[in-house]
Ligand binder design. Structure first.
Ligand SMILES: [Zn+2]
Ligand SMILES: [Zn+2]
Length: 815
């Protein structure tokens, strides 16, 4: 009888699988199997694999293996997201080169993945820091530059003083650097951007194609893009005749405007303050706020502001209203000037209170009369328009479109749409990234490096310590080159690209890796894309997923792909925490998977993770396997599986019908579970089947069919144990992972039905057909639904219910 010993079987199968090329995706055109692209978010090489990786990849691998057994030609690749700040910072701390640090970690993680038996197609392996890869990242930059989608502009940006680099808006979390938590500063710099805003509407519209995404991720992206409909309206400055455009989502409140506010950077501010005689008060405010980071200003004191001493004219009624300048109005959103409606906007109301400005109600809740008192809170809900000229009595917000159309007719504005989404800032003043393939020529300006000169190699001999400027600029010769257009002396761009550029297209490269003539082969993209199942952490809800969706749309528009969404199905696994807190060095509660795999075996680590609960929920490692000296329960279950399968294989006795029914029922249920990432419930059903087999064998019956099915269903979850049993105990020549997923016989899978007796006070009143494994609750409900029982109870109080599922329910009444 086979004995379960992970340390003996696991290393053996790793080698066999690789020598047999078991997990290689087939490129044979004659292979008619449908394709399945199983993609896991590729890891960042910041050390060995951590528990989060072990969890995500155990789930992703189970999906890939399950789909292969169901007859799909599976593509399950692996690579490393290997450029970027964390590697560079870690290398600086250790006094070694980022390249050395990165490749060391990649090798370490690759060894750990192999040891865990991940079913990767290793022939497609890629690293984003390899010149063979970033050559094509630079090629994509070039394409975006040609299309006008990559451009450089001077603008206020978020600067992390600790990391000495700019950050994209997406990388600033509540005013702090996403990487190091330092409060970001504001700087005016000339930087490269990708014009993701051109795709804002499509990024929203195509959300209909995200057939299976977690709702919260869709919502986060929708809010990040932040579309708002409204109107742009022209106000005129009385003193100067300047026309100032404002954008409002509430043109229906135009008759309630009582003042006007400019952002500090609005180009008219100084001129108007000088005319109004208020520059002496405005200037110091300007100086102070200029030093505040942009993201902090969103939480600015909404009451602060200075009167400019000039008036604006409201275009709908010709009223003169005072103008202010205030930090709560941002130049980056809308037009940098707002019309203020204190009765219907809380921030405007706060400001009006502080500065003694009038409040005019123009929307009343339905059926409510006007009150003589000033409102204590802004009313921003639906209602009926009042004191609004031609629109009195119109219902709001339905009237918004009508007012916008009227403004357009009158030549005082137009209907518009705005977005919160900003362009993606992609230049970084750091070393460890793909150089931006641009040459600056005194004569020709920004010139893209020609395709045949790519890659622009990242030099090794650079002082990469952060210091305010780009490390590449400090290299004595690297930046010196000639202009591709005129051949005269010119300089290279010395910034590198945000790592999120590298990770926005890696899943395309997997489809035709190693292609030396192109970033990808369009025929292979059509063969494998879009991804059938994407698995990874929710921390990428905005950054990586939004950028990847943008890149895919750009490639679609360039004619490279026929589809517009790369990942129609997305699964976010939960986090692995410890003792109620996330694992971190500072808390000293980090558990690494590698030593546990050595001690317990990879199958046990995988099963422990997958059995802990629903895949998308957090797992508290302390609760499920906190003591490394105690083998988790799944190990002893695997031991029992080895025993029953071994016994079943050696026995010729007939398999009883009851076991066959349970086997087929289990196949049906586990198939459904694995389709929906319900690994935990699948495992508990397999444990029940194991117990049934044990009972059958002990009673002298056979269990060969059950043994085969159990081993096959175990294969996606505990691939080593299943393989050992399939080939060694059950004597199959081929791998279990290449076998066909067991089918179930519907007649056998159907629940057996038995007769249940319903009694009232001990007298039989009804007989009902119920499922053999009906629960306590189900039996009770079925009995209560019986007309005969209800008639017998005759309204008396039920004192007690005796339930013996599935045979009997007895109602004991007060009668
Ligand atoms: Zn930072
Ligand atoms: Zn030139």
């Amino acid at each position: 009888m086979p004995r379960y010993d992970a340390s003996e079987i696991e290393p053996k199968w790793v080698e066999r699988w690789e020598s047999e090329g078991l997990y290689r995706a087939s490129e044979d055109p004659a292979d008619t199997r449908p394709k399945f692209y199983a993609l896991d978010m590729f890891p960042y090489p910041s050390g060995d694999l951590h528990m989060g990786h072990a969890e995500a990849f155990s789930g992703g691998d189970a999906v890939a293996r399950f789909q292969a057994m169901r007859g799909y030609n599976v593509l399950h690749p692996i690579g490393w997201d290997a450029f970027g700040l964390p590697a560079e910072n870690a290398a600086i701390k250790r006094g070694i080169h980022p390249k050395e640090w990165t490749y060391q970690n990649i090798e370490q993680q690759a060894r750990s993945f192999r040891r865990m038996g991940m079913s990767f197609d290793w022939t497609r392996r890629l690293h984003t820091c390899d010149p063979e890869y970033y050559r094509w990242t630079q090629w994509l930059f070039r394409k975006l530059f040609e299309l006008g989608l990559a451009y450089r502009k001077n603008s206020p940006v978020n600067w992390c003083p600790k990391d000495s680099t700019v950050l994209a808006n997406e990388q600033v979390i509540q005013g702090a650097c996403e990487r190091c938590g330092t409060v970001v500063e504001r700087r005016d710099l000339t930087q490269w951007f990708f014009k993701i805003t051109d795709y804002a509407q499509r990024l929203l519209d195509d959300m209909d194609d995200l057939v299976d995404w977690p709702e919260r991720v869709v919502t986060m992206q929708r809010n990040w893009i932040g579309r708002s409909e409204g109107a742009s309206v022209i106000f005129t400055i009385e003193e100067t005749g300047d026309e100032v455009e404002v954008f409002t989502t509430r043109p229906d409140t135009l008759w309630g405007v009582t003042f006007f506010v400019f952002a500090l950077e609005h180009p008219l501010v100084q001129k108007l303050a000088e005319i109004g005689g208020t520059w002496a008060e405005v200037e110091p405010l300007l100086e102070r706020v200029r030093a505040t980071p942009l993201t902090m200003r969103e939480e600015a004191d909404t009451k602060e502001g200075v009167a400019l001493g000039v008036n604006a004219v409201n275009p709908v009624n010709g009223e003169r209203i005072p103008c202010f300048v205030a930090p709560y109005v941002l130049m980056e959103y809308g037009t940098g000037a707002i019309m203020a409606v204190p009765a219907h906007d809380q921030r405007d109301l706060d400001f009006a209170r502080r500065h003694g400005l009038p409040v005019r109600v123009v929307i009343l809740p339905e059926g409510e009369a006007r009150s003589a008192d000033e409102p204590t809170e802004a009313w921003d809900h639906e209602g009926v328009m009042v004191d609004s000229g031609p629109f009195d009595g119109e219902r709001s917000p339905q009237s918004i479109a009508k007012v916008a159309a009227w403004l357009q007719e009158q030549g005082r504005g137009r209907a518009t749409v705005t977005f919160r989404l900003r362009d993606w800032l992609i230049s970084r003043q750091r070393y460890w990234g793909a150089p931006i393939p641009i040459v600056h020529c005194p004569e020709h300006g920004e010139v893209a490096v020609p395709e045949e000169q790519l890659p622009v190699l990242l030099p090794d001999d650079v002082d990469f310590r952060p210091g305010g400027d780009s490390p590449l600029a400090r290299h004595p010769t690297w930046k010196d080159t000639t202009c591709p257009t005129c051949g005269e002396a010119a300089t290279r761009d010395t910034d590198t690209m945000d790592t999120f550029v590298d990770s926005s297209w890696y899943y395309f490269r997997y489809c035709s890796p190693g292609n030396e003539r192109a970033a990808f082969d369009p025929a292979q993209l059509e063969r494998w894309m879009p991804v059938d199942q994407y698995t990874g952490g929710v921390e990428h809800a905005i950054l990586h997923l939004l950028y990847s969706r943008f890149f895919t749309k750009v490639l679609h528009d360039m004619g490279f792909v026929s589809f517009t969404e790369p990942f129609p199905r997305l699964m976010n696994q939960g986090q692995v925490i410890y003792g109620g807190a996330s694992m971190s060095k500072s808390k000293g509660n980090i558990v690494m998977p590698a030593p546990l795999v050595e001690r317990w075996g990879a199958d046990t680590v995988r099963l422990t993770i997958l059995f802990a609960g629903p895949f998308e929920d957090d797992i508290d490692w302390k609760l499920i396997a906190g003591d490394p000296d105690r083998r988790p329960g799944v190990t002893s279950w695997l031991g029992r599986v080895f025993a029953v399968v071994g016994e079943a294989a050696d026995r010729d006795a007939e398999e009883p019908g009851s076991l066959r029914r349970i086997t087929h029922r289990t196949i049906k249920a586990v198939t459904g579970d694995l389709e929906r990432f319900r690994f935990n419930t699948a495992i508990s059903k397999l444990q029940v089947l194991t117990n049934e087999m044990r009972a059958t064998l002990d009673a002298g019956g056979g269990a060969r069919e059950a043994a085969s099915a159990l081993v096959q269903m175990l294969a996606p979850l505990a691939p080593f144990a299943a393989e050992e049993l399939w080939r060694e105990a059950l004597g199959n020549p081929e791998s279990v992972h290449a076998s066909t997923w067991p089918a179930f016989d519907d007649a056998l899978a159907r629940q057996e039905r038995v007769t249940m007796v319903v009694q009232v006070d001990g007298k039989v009143r009804d007989r009902i057909e119920v499922e053999a494994d009906a629960s306590d609750q189900a039996c009770r409900e079925l009995a209560l639904a019986s007309d005969r029982a209800v008639r017998a109870i005759d309204g008396r109080e039920i004192r007690r219910v005796v339930v013996r599922p599935p045979k009997l329910v007895n109602f004991v009444t007060s009668g």
